[in-house]
Design a protein around this ligand. Structure first.
Ligand SMILES: [Zn+2]
Length: 331
């Protein structure tokens, strides 16, 4: 959104406040009282109206701009072939969903967080135990203060990296949560975070599709913005979600499932979600053929504008606090 709807209100308020401050700076309280008495006497004496004209309102400095107040900001970080979604909430809290495929301090997620000057993350989610989602969390756990860890209870029996991440979280004493479908997460005032799907009962698998379908799927709503995060969930999960939630899945923003795989973003699912904006986290020239042209076609047919990290880098979606702008001084 822009400030246009509220600019007029903000400008009038600013003008009134500026005039008041100008008056206050000219007159001490005692002198202000005297000035009022003098003006009242002049009014009674029938003095020319022009003489009684109020002081002209000071024009705002030219360098003052009006910008939307901080709201919700979501970054689909370009981490190559993998997921990492970082978000900042209106009350200053923040969250990270997945860490991408690099644990290096010079990896894309590390550089993104460093560039933003972030030192702590309140909520860290691992959607499912695949390396393109958990590796970057090694860097996060080793270098940032983390408030809480949200995980599934499925073990990737074909890998050890997920065990190492979970051991590190335990070593740090992080509160660990294993949300179940239907749970609501209390992340930030005014922001609703609802878990729609997750494997919260313990089991092991090395089957890639099984692990993908364990992804924590969550829907976040703030004011008139709604975002659906699907991890790497595939068509089976999408069908179940449509059956369970139907039109309640509707979300303006969709984090496209499984990097735009052919077996995600099915038409019935998209008909329920009806996304306006669809974000695909995907690496250039990846070995999986992601995103699949058929999935992209279905997204476009559903009316979504498609954004891809491989083509356009890190993508930002933001929703401002409605009807509230703040004055800032341009540099
Ligand atoms: Zn993945």
């Amino acid at each position: 959104m822009t400030c246009s709807a509220s600019n007029n209100v903000a400008a009038v308020l600013k003008s009134v406040i500026t005039s008041f401050l100008l008056l206050a700076s000219f007159y001490s309280p005692a002198r202000a009282g005297m000035a009022f008495d003098s003006l009242a006497a002049l009014a009674e004496s029938g003095a020319p109206a022009a003489f009684l004209a109020p002081l002209p309102a000071a024009e705002p400095p030219e360098a003052t701009l009006l910008r939307p107040a901080p709201g919700l900001s979501v970054y689909f970080v370009n981490v190559g072939q993998g997921d990492a979604i970082y978000m900042e909430f209106p009350d200053g809290k923040n969250a990270l969903i997945d860490g991408g495929p690099s644990s290096s301090a010079s990896g894309p997620l590390a550089l993104f967080l460093k560039e933003r000057g972030i030192s702590s993350i309140d909520h860290v989610v691992l959607t499912h135990p695949h390396a393109d989602h958990y590796k970057g969390l090694q860097h996060v756990f080793a270098n940032y203060t983390v408030g809480a860890f949200y995980d599934t209870r499925v073990d990737n029996s074909g890998a050890t990296g997920d065990n190492a991440i979970r051991a590190k979280a335990a070593e740090l004493g992080l509160p660990a949560f294993y949300p179940a479908p239907g749970d609501t997460l209390d992340w930030s005032a005014g922001v609703e975070v609802k878990v729609l799907s997750a494997c919260h009962e313990p089991f092991s698998s090395k089957n890639s599709e099984t692990l993908n379908n364990c992804s924590i799927v969550m829907r976040l709503a703030y004011e008139d913005a709604s975002l659906l995060f699907t991890g790497d969930a595939g068509e089976d999960v999408e069908a179940r979600l449509v059956g369970e939630y139907g039109d309640a899945l509707r979300s303006r923003v969709l984090k496209v499932g499984h990097h735009g795989s052919r077996y995600s973003s099915t038409s019935p699912f998209l008909a329920a979600v009806r996304p306006e904006r669809a974000y695909i986290e995907v690496g250039a020239d990846n070995n999986y053929g992601h995103p699949h042209p058929e999935a992209v076609s279905r997204l476009l047919e559903a009316g979504a504008e498609v954004f891809r990290t491989d083509l356009s880098g890190t993508q930002e979606f933001s929703a401002a606090v409605p009807m509230l702008c703040m004055a800032v001084t341009a540099e």
